[in-house]
Ligand binder design. Structure first.
Ligand SMILES: O=P(O)(O)O[C@H]1O[C@H](CO)[C@@H](O)[C@H]1O
Ligand SMILES: O=c1cc[nH]c(=O)[nH]1
Length: 258
């Protein structure tokens, strides 16, 4: 850590060496960020593990430097991390996440690549008007789709609902909260009919930040819950799904023209 480290991510530009990365792979889970770095990148160096926001620098198979970083869960944490990553020189961000499917034809184990988000997130309202579009970068998104096709991983391209809570906001009733507000009762069915594919908790704000700050962002998530059947995360299929989402994101990242 150098004296000009950013407060939350715990590193600064000076820690990134003479060929600093402009691309970041951003996971909600710090363990996923570590796994990507230690098992899939070359010449890996740990940058920091401040507040669970693990960050590593390494290189892709084509030699391009890349960061593997952690957003934490939810838009407030992501907004802090992304703000600081942009200040250290990051210009492209691929979110590698997990999600819950709300369409019967999108099974656990498949991937959802988001082309835009229904952004029901408070943090995004501090960035831009609520109507501001939450759209993915088309070039990064096409790279993700091509990578999934090439690796023959089942994937779906479409709209993601990004919300602030895992339980209430995703209409879970099997939780400590005994009362789900009327405004949220039936919301999953409404989104399903509006062709929303999945629920997660970061990409809407990430996409709005990309528009406002002028960087490129995309999102690919492994489906770990099937909400038309059950509220639960299917742990038995999570590892394979996460392995696939990492493989797809890394192949896409390697294919990019810098
Ligand atoms: O697996 P990650 O990337 O954390 O993504 C999803 O998982 C968390 C909830 O379990 C939220 O952060 C949600 O967006
Ligand atoms: O159902 C799910 C699973 C993972 N992440 C979410 O936000 N929701």
């Amino acid at each position: 850590m150098t004296h000009n480290s950013f407060y939350h991510i715990g590193f600064g530009r000076d820690d990134l060496g003479s060929h600093p990365p402009t691309l970041a792979l951003l996971s909600g889970d710090p363990e996923r960020a570590r796994l990507i770095a230690q098992e899939h990148l070359q010449d890996v160096r740990r940058l920091s593990e401040n507040r669970g926001l693990n960050s590593y620098v390494g290189s892709l198979p084509n030699g391009r430097p890349v960061l593997s970083a952690t957003s934490g869960m939810g838009a407030p944490s992501l907004s802090i991390v992304v703000n600081e990553l942009v200040q250290v020189g990051i210009r492209q961000i691929i979110r590698i996440g997990t999600c819950g499917s709300i369409q019967p034809y999108v099974p656990v184990g498949a991937l959802v690549i988001s082309n835009g988000a229904l952004c029901r997130q408070g943090a995004a309202n501090d960035l831009a008007p609520i109507e501001y579009p939450a759209v993915a970068d088309p070039f990064l998104t096409v790279a993700l789709v091509k990578a999934a096709e090439e690796l023959e991983v089942e994937h779906y391209l479409g709209i993601t609902a990004s919300v602030d809570t895992f339980y209430e906001g995703q209409e879970r009733t099997d939780s400590a909260n005994p009362y789900l507000m009327r405004s949220l009762q039936g919301i999953t069915e409404e989104y399903r009919r509006l062709n929303v594919l999945n629920y997660e908790m970061e990409c809407g704000t990430l996409f709005k930040m990309a528009g406002v700050y002028n960087f490129a962002a995309a999102c690919v998530c492994a489906v770990v819950a099937q909400r038309t059947v059950d509220e639960k995360v299917i742990l038995e299929q999570k590892d394979v799904a996460v392995k696939n989402v990492i493989a797809v994101a890394l192949r896409a990242a390697t294919s990019l023209i810098q």
